[in-house]
Ligand binder design. Structure first.
Ligand code: DX5
Ligand code: ZN
Length: 226
């Protein structure tokens, strides 16, 4: 087992949406590595969160890298604008009815890292055609749309299959990000099946436990240490 340090990305989806700047800075102080921004349009998923203007406003709140997770119908229209707004990576959903080849290339051409996210019910073969255009895969262990859902181990088990399908190229290992239901218990499972980065929302902003957010970050990191 490698001793690779797993990265933790704080999803602010379950933070106080009226105080996102404070949430980002609290997550940074608690020791997370990145900020995960769940962009939802109310059409691709039955939920509406925040968009480009919010991301642009939050950019000055921290030096941490931003990862945009676009749960929107037209990622092709928006993806590069999130790179321009200061997102280091942009993940789009393979289920979205769009031209993923052009969008993934556009994200990379604008200097961002391009990712593709399959929901738990989506056949992983759908990622295959885009394998040479990916910088990472975002594996959903919950149905995209809401935070606070329980982790689905059967979805995490697909990490190995996704890595086999798209994850090894020219000897390079494609990073696998895992999103949904991650806490100090489920982090170990996700790490053991190959996660390189864990997205954590509720376990930081809602169910922190007695030692607050930094205690939660420590517990998740310890649990995920391989
Ligand atoms: C779902 C979102 C959430 C979020 C993490 O569409 O992508 O998974 O990032 O939320 P928790 O950690 O509360 O499951
Ligand atoms: Zn997400």
């Amino acid at each position: 087992m490698s001793s690779a340090r797993i990265e933790i990305a704080a999803s602010i989806l379950n933070a106080d949406l009226g105080a996102l700047r404070d949430a980002v800075q609290a997550a940074e102080a608690a020791g997370v590595d990145r900020i995960h921004l769940d962009i939802m349009d109310g059409h691709f998923v039955p939920n509406l969160t925040f968009g480009l203007a919010t991301v642009e406003s939050l950019r000055s709140a921290t030096g941490l890298p931003f990862d945009a997770h676009l749960m929107i119908l037209s990622p092709g229209l928006w993806a590069t604008r999130y790179v321009d707004a200061g997102c280091e990576s942009v993940a789009i959903h393979v289920e979205a009815p769009d031209q993923h080849r052009a969008t993934l290339d556009a994200i990379r051409d604008s200097g961002g890292r391009a990712g593709l996210a399959p929901d738990p019910e989506t056949p992983i073969e759908s990622l295959g055609p885009f394998r040479n255009q990916l910088d990472f895969a975002l594996v959903m262990t919950v149905k995209s749309g809401f935070g606070g859902q329980p982790y689905r181990p059967e979805a995490a088990q697909r990490i190995g299959e996704i890595r086999a399908l798209v994850g090894e190229r020219d000897g390079h290992r494609l990073p696998i990000h895992v999103d949904g239901g991650i806490n100090a218990t489920t982090a170990r499972d996700a790490a053991e099946v190959g996660a390189d980065l864990l997205v954590v929302g509720s376990a930081l902003f809602r169910d922190q436990g007695p030692d607050g957010m930094s205690g939660a970050v420590r517990a998740i990191r310890e649990s995920a240490t391989r």
